[in-house]
Design a protein around this ligand. Sequence first.
Ligand code: MRU
Length: 360
Amino acid sequence: MANMAKNTDFSFTAIEWEEDHLRIIDQTFLPSREIYTNLNNAGQVWEAIKHLKVRGAPAIGIAAAYGLYMGAREIPDSTFESFYLEVERLNEYIATSRPTAVNLQWALDRIMTTLQAHKDKEVSELKEIMLDTAKTIHQEDQRLCKLIGENGLEVISNNASILTHCNTGGLATARFGTAFSVIWHAHDSKKLKQVWVDETRPLLQGARLTSWELKKEEIPFKLITDSTAGFLMQQGLVDIVVVGADRITANGDTANKIGTYSLAVLADAHDIPFYVAAPYSTIDLALEDGSEIPVEERNSEEITKIGNKEIAPPKTKVYNPAFDITPNRLITGFITDKGIIKPDYKKNLQKIVEETSVEV
Ligand code: MRU
């Protein structure tokens, strides 16, 4: 049967809780070396997020949740009030690691809400509850990502060529990914012709990470420079663009890896559907629109160097925003764990967040 799913499974796990520590693939070594590293305390989690050893919105939320627990387990048992105050400080510290992806603050806040809900318990018990909540966030993301992939099939035509940007796969989430999950499920259902992978300057998440994942999953793809996308679209070689998100505001404006906005403009000019795939945890109803999203600026060497090689004259001035904002009017729809969301975004995004029951 043409569209029969193979029902295989995703082939790797990039982030795992092992007894008393977090084990991650250090993404900075990929694709040349597959190195796993253990994170044993909040400081190591902060450093791993800051330096992109673990990256991608849902994955940094998961890491932050375990980081908060590992910081809290070192606080001596005392009253709820003094424990909570210390955990709040840790929360603020971990949140400074990266500003744009809301999943990070969302995961930390979820643990704080859980603590408040159990304030009558002993501090030793609260620490266990924090670990359980981190595990719940982790497991929940696996489930949400699978649903995103399955729901995305609705917007993928047969024999589709999908263009994607950055890395949104198993490295960036608990499993399967967001946009990557849609690609994975399209391939599994025999709907996919091939994937066009933007290299994603300056840190090459597309070339280094998405290509590595697609190879592992045996999904057909071609790597392109970011500036090739328009030429491909002009030739009719792209059926749909599917990307991930770091933060979606109440009106549907979306922060994602730098270059996403340019792709959305190009897709609009060529009448190609442009979809954003994300779990409910990436939706930030507290922000009205994209102008309120904090956009991370990273250091100039990410642009002036490739590896250890200088590619610009010494002291070249650089502007290096890590993300851009795609306005809602350029987004055909959102592929979420709750299905495909179409305009009116303000109403429909709010509805799916409100419909989601969060365990505390
Ligand atoms: O700077 P990064 O590599 O963390 O940026 C990641 C992205 O922009 C992803 O597209 C986004 O987090 C969605 S991942 C499922």
